[in-house]
Design a binder for this molecule. Structure first.
Ligand SMILES: Nc1ncnc2c1ncn2[C@@H]1O[C@H](COP(=O)(O)OP(=O)(O)OP(=O)(O)O)[C@@H](O)[C@H]1O
Ligand SMILES: [Mg+2]
Length: 220
């Protein structure tokens, strides 16, 4: 399965989610690789820290920022892996569009901080609708609520607006939600994911997310 972790908006958790899922998938025995399509190469740096520290399982990442080469290179790499996660840049750049064409499933992190997060997602979903129609077999897309703060009225209120997006663009929202937890950042700087870190709640929610995605993958 090829998954794109994608959003038009920066800082919503695309890389965090790609990294944490890659660890869960690798722990479950899937040969997993992250394609880092963002010029900043943050995920490549993260796997570098992981490698230097000898953290098991090692997570492979490959930097691919040339949009012309992306399709061929990912397809070639897919021969070696069960799951590829494409960590996209925060834009609708040509490479992000190619990633959508290539993927079997889109994962769209959304932080429910109000209008701007939601309207930016609308722009991405506009593009997604066009691509889905062109793609044989369609293209399932799932919104993933990230950095959720259940006590904030704004966050709760945003959920109902997101429901409208779901209806308008025929996308689904994952049952799994990732709450705002310092463990995500703390694990990241150590080359780790929350699966391997000390926050049990974070570990539980990332496992639930990984399992939900694997289940969706079975049906594709
Ligand atoms: N659930 C979470 N709880 C707390 N912090 C989080 C969570 N998810 C991500 N973060 C933090 O938010 C910041 C942005 O996350 P990340 O780099 O994954 O976003 P991104 O969408 O990949 O950003 P960019 O568009 O710049 O590539 C990071 O500091 C990360 O540690
Ligand atoms: Mg990123």
């Amino acid at each position: 399965m090829i998954i794109a972790s994608i959003s038009y908006k920066g800082g919503v958790g695309k890389s965090t989610i790609a990294q944490n899922l890659a660890i869960c998938f690798a722990k479950s025995g899937y040969k997993t690789c992250i394609v880092d399509a963002d010029e900043t190469q943050a995920t490549v740096s993260w796997t570098g820290v992981r490698f230097e520290k000898g953290i098991e399982p090692p997570v492979q990442s490959i930097g691919m920022t040339d949009h012309k080469a992306l399709v061929g290179n990912v397809k070639e790499q897919y021969k070696n892996y069960d799951i590829i996660i494409i960590d996209c840049p925060p834009s609708l750049s040509p490479i992000a569009v190619k990633a959508m064409y290539l993927s079997h499933l889109l994962l769209i992190p959304l932080t429910p901080r109000g209008g701007s997060d939601i309207w930016v997602t609308e722009k991405l979903l506009d593009k997604y609708s066009t691509i889905r129609e062109e793609k044989e077999g369609g293209l399932p897309a799932y919104i993933l609520i990230n950095q959720f703060e259940p006590n904030l009225n704004l966050h709760r209120a945003s959920l109902s607006i997101i429901e409208q997006l779901e209806e308008e663009f025929e996308v689904k929202r994952l049952k799994s939600v990732l709450n705002k937890r310092t463990a995500y950042g703390e694990a990241n700087v150590r080359g780790m994911g929350v699966y391997e870190y000390e926050d049990r709640k974070a570990k539980k929610e990332i496992i639930a997310l990984a399992n939900e995605i694997l289940k969706i993958g079975e049906g594709l």
